[in-house]
Design a protein around this ligand. Structure first.
Ligand code: GYE
Length: 331
């Protein structure tokens, strides 16, 4: 009983905090809902990972704009890359009896309890962008997002092609995304699988840069000090790659030439660096998930069945392709 009361108090406080600092959607602290279609619009609670990268900023914008467009009232919260904040936010949405909960899980593990609470409250959950590793897939209705293993493989395939005529050892350093996150796990695995077929590829150092520019620079600085001979950097996102470029230039080396760089995302800043020759190849990961998410939400709330998995369509970019694509790049 005590536990239950304290849970309610925490949830209540979180709800107040969310209403006070929420950036999107209804913005109100209760009472009548905003949203396009009057009082009875669908209310979605959305727990975002954070604001760690250009990708994330574009994703947040896409979700907020698509909600407005669809007449869905959005209650938005930013978890600042902390799972405990996401769990609090989800509990708060359950207390608020929202119609649907969507979230991008910062890490893969540890969601079963809170997802079970949502299910018991009959509130459907949609995973967006990142996956959970729950064995019970009935805990959520759908997972909308990229195939991160495939992205890692595409990065590896470019490297294999780039070095196909060389038999010398290729020393690779890897900047991983947030530890335990689906994109970090899968981009690492896909890449390792492809390059693992040829012994000449060696990952000499691999560490997390938490998907941020600052951490990417810091870890690359350390790599450069510890590793005398780096041929390639594989960064799990553009932002870490951009931070690493600063470190490489600071060490008097030329990014894109002395050290070849492969990243994932293809946000504007990354594409600019690719067009400028500082990055060699980018695997696209689309953040524009908002419209598909709102479609799924409407169906789920209406009780219609939806596909368990919706995979985002993506491409890759060379330096030449980046120059062409940049002027019309949306994010
Ligand atoms: O690649 C990275 C962001 O989950 C796909 O998260 C997303 C990743 C994206 O911080 O830039």
């Amino acid at each position: 009983m005590l536990k239950r009361i304290s849970t309610l108090v925490v949830a209540g406080l979180t709800a107040a905090a969310l209403a006070a600092c929420g950036t999107g959607g209804s913005g109100g602290s209760g009472g009548t809902e905003g949203g396009g279609s009057g009082g009875d619009s669908i209310v979605m609670g959305f727990s975002q990972v954070g604001a760690e990268s250009g990708w994330r900023t574009a994703n947040t914008k896409s979700v907020q704009e698509a909600a407005k467009q669809a007449g869905i009232t959005l209650r938005f919260s930013d978890a600042q890359q902390k799972q405990e904040n996401q769990i609090k936010a989800i509990r708060s949405y359950i207390q608020q009896k929202v119609d649907v909960i969507a979230f991008s899980p910062v890490v893969e593990s540890g969601w079963d309890t809170v997802l079970k609470e949502a299910k018991d409250a009959n509130i459907p959950v949609i995973l967006t962008d990142r996956a959970v590793d729950s064995a019970d897939t009935s805990l959520y209705k759908s997972f909308l997002g990229s195939d991160f293993v495939e992205e890692g493989k595409k990065a590896g395939q470019w490297l294999v092609e780039e070095y196909k005529d060389s038999s010398e050892t290729v020393n690779i350093v890897e900047l991983q995304g947030t530890t335990g996150s689906a994109p970090a796990n899968d981009r690492k695995a896909g890449f390792a699988e492809v390059i693992g077929a040829d012994q000449k590829f060696k990952i000499v150092a691999s560490q997390t840069g938490d998907f941020t520019r600052a951490k990417g620079k810091e870890v690359m600085d350390a790599f450069l000090k510890a590793q005398p001979d780096i041929d390639v950097l594989y960064a799990h996102n553009d932002d870490m790659g951009l931070g690493a470029i600063e470190a490489i230039e600071g060490a008097g080396k030329v990014p894109g030439k002395d050290i070849k760089i492969i990243t994932v995302d293809a946000v504007k800043d990354g594409m600019q660096a690719l067009a400028d020759g500082k990055i060699n190849y980018i695997v696209e990961c689309s953040p524009l998930l908002g419209p598909q998410l709102m479609d799924l939400a409407k169906k789920v709330v209406a009780g219609e069945s939806v596909p368990a998995r919706v995979v985002t369509e993506e491409t890759t970019f060379t330096q030449e392709q980046a120059k062409e694509a940049l002027p019309s790049r949306q994010y």
